[in-house]
Design a binder for this molecule. Sequence first.
Ligand SMILES: Nc1ncnc2c1ncn2[C@@H]1O[C@H](COP(=O)(O)OP(=O)(O)OP(=O)(O)O)[C@@H](O)[C@H]1O
Ligand SMILES: [Mg+2]
Length: 255
Amino acid sequence: MTTKIACTNQKGGVGKTTTAINVAGALSERGHDVLFIDLDPQGHATEGLGLGQAYESEPPHLGTVLVEIGEQERVNDLIYEHEEMDVLAANIDMFTLETDLTGAMRSRERLEMVLDELEYEYDFVVVDCPPSLGHLTDNALLACGNLLVPALAEGTSIRALEILYDQIDSLEQGYETTIREVGLVANRVETDGEAEEMMEWFEATLGDQMPIWEIRKRVALKRAWNEGVSIFTHSEECDMEAVYLDIARYLEDLE
Ligand SMILES: Nc1ncnc2c1ncn2[C@@H]1O[C@H](COP(=O)(O)OP(=O)(O)OP(=O)(O)O)[C@@H](O)[C@H]1O
Ligand SMILES: [Mg+2]
């Protein structure tokens, strides 16, 4: 059984990519086989895993197997080997996917169709989502059935979460499925009054439904990204490794 997790929040710059890379890195560190999928046409994770050349490559690529019905099994030839995990890289052509999928058959089930064709059975699939609630994010939510929500510890997160949960409700109703919020990752937390207030709000509002992890602002996370690896392969010690490992352990116990 593969556990699939989408890293989702339509708000930009909250730490989806940082969370996805380092949670995938933590799962790999704990001995799991991980497939990382960069579903964001911006390709930040692809870059952050040192696969910049894949982002610029000619088709076929991830966009091809998402958009062309009948081509899904080609996914097996598109997987890159990173030292910590396997990667389905984003490609610059994926910027047209939202328009390409609009009105197309099974437009929100394409990633699920692609994953069904994987020949290798991974322990975990981790999907980095774009900062929008379009077809790509819907594809990730439906294919994974689990989501991890990175959010900043600031007031703007409240509306972002309301909008995200509304979208999940409508997908659940429309597709008669369950999409589980496995946890919230408060990210880039600093020591200030607003962050403390928001951490209390997260606990009070969501604390009885899901775990809330706190990732503090750490320059080592940026440096690891610039090196094309997660914090676990990066040479520098970082106290946030323990939190990512906690998240990994929690994900291991999901049914
Ligand atoms: N805990 C952290 N400490 C320090 N820097 C961080 C942390 N989390 C994220 N950053 C930095 O903040 C910026 C935004 O983070 P990231 O790209 O992960 O967010 P995102 O939600 O994926 O953005 P987008 O919406 O554009 O996809 C990046 O430059 C990243 O390196
Ligand atoms: Mg991102």
